[in-house]
Design a protein around this ligand. Structure first.
Ligand SMILES: NC(=O)C1=CN([C@@H]2O[C@H](COP(=O)(O)OP(=O)(O)OC[C@H]3O[C@@H](n4cnc5c(N)ncnc54)[C@H](O)[C@@H]3O)[C@@H](O)[C@H]2O)C=CC1
Ligand SMILES: CC(=O)C(=O)O
Length: 301
């Protein structure tokens, strides 16, 4: 609902169709959004437990499924949410055979692979929200540390949207200035531990919010609306999102999906981009890929 409401307020769609398994909750959410019509751009809002309501969609955003209990890892949700995806993805893909599938449910990387398999869509039309959110958390923390605007911080978290994610310190820049080489040139001391602590705070972010308020919502709402804008408006912007990563940065061993900076547009994933990565960062990415592949191999898809 946070994603739907952010898309509405940002005037990104002519029509939004909501689907859920609980008809009363669904109708309640639909009416509550419709009642804001006088304050919003004109958007048709429909809802049904039947996937026919989504027919002919340009973009299908999948958020259904179990969420983490406090302290629970995302990967722990896998079996429950794969079972749901077997019911959700085939009718969704059948109703909108030309759409782009954007997966948000967790564990998002493995479920993006599952959605790709179950939909039969070409790989450019199936992606996951991945570390677009983690990278925003990362940029917020760096910006806070340096007391600058997060929009001026270019920084990527890649790999799993989860505990094995990788922070690409070597490519961070602020206002176009590479941060680490800037600090080194100015002989400003920085502790490797400070950098590690910032990454660990990113990894712990969702756990902390879930412990405090039970779930995460606003940041993922903005993160996915940001992806929807790039896709629906063909903005060809680069986002760290879950894509098929086989063959990039030494990732091999199978069809693994994880986050890499990718150029997005109206056709979905246009290209995976070539960012600078040190050998150590690439090794950590390959380790992250192994973690995801291990989970995928248990699925028999
Ligand atoms: N990738 C990311 O960064 C984020 C992912 N998530 C994930 O999104 C998922 C949903 O989280 P919340 O919205 O907080 O949970 P929620 O419990 O508020 O919503 C889940 C919805 O899925 C619906 N649902 C269950 N089975 C269904 C089915 N077969 N067909 C249609 N709808 C069905 C439920 O009725 C419920 O309304 C979780 O897996 C969570 O971990 C949440 C936040 C961020
Ligand atoms: C729940 C989740 O995956 C997040 O907020 O990062």
């Amino acid at each position: 609902m946070a994603i739907a409401q952010t898309i509405l307020t940002q005037d990104l769609a002519d029509e939004i169709a909501l689907v859920d398994a609980k008809p009363d909750k669904l109708r309640g959410e639909m009416l509550d959004l419709q009642h804001a019509a006088a304050f919003l751009p004109r958007t048709k809002i429909t809802a049904s437990v039947d996937y026919d309501v989504t027919a002919g969609s340009d973009l299908c955003i999948v958020t259904a499924g179990a969420r983490q209990n406090p302290g629970e890892s995302r990967l722990n949700l896998l079996q429950r949410n794969v079972a749901l995806f077997r019911h959700i993805i085939p009718p969704l893909a059948k109703s909108s055979p030309d759409s782009i599938l954007l997966i948000v449910s967790n564990p998002v990387d493995v479920l993006t692979y599952v959605a790709w398999k179950l939909s039969g869509f070409p790989v450019n039309r199936v992606l996951g929200s991945g570390t677009n959110l983690d990278s925003s958390r990362f940029r917020f923390l760096i910006a806070d540390h340096l007391d600058v605007n997060a929009q001026d911080v270019q920084a990527f978290i890649v790999g799993e949207h989860g505990d094995s994610s990788v922070a690409l310190w070597s490519s961070i820049s602020v206002g176009g200035i590479p941060v680490l080489s800037f600090l080194e040139k100015q002989q400003i001391a920085y502790e490797k531990q400070t950098l590690e602590d910032i990454h660990q705070t990113v990894v712990g972010s969702a756990y902390e919010v879930i412990r405090l308020k039970g779930y995460t919502s606003w940041a993922i709402g903005y993160s996915v609306a940001n992806l929807a804008r790039t896709i629906l408006r063909d903005q060809r912007k680069i986002h760290p999102v879950t894509v098929l990563a086989r063959g990039f940065y030494g990732v091999d061993g199978g069809d693994v999906f994880l986050s890499l900076p990718a150029l997005l547009g109206r056709n979905g994933v246009v290209a995976v981009t070539n960012v600078h990565m040190t050998d150590e960062e690439a090794e950590k990415l390959q380790e992250s890929a192994k973690t995801i592949l291990e989970m995928q191999s248990q699925l028999g898809l």
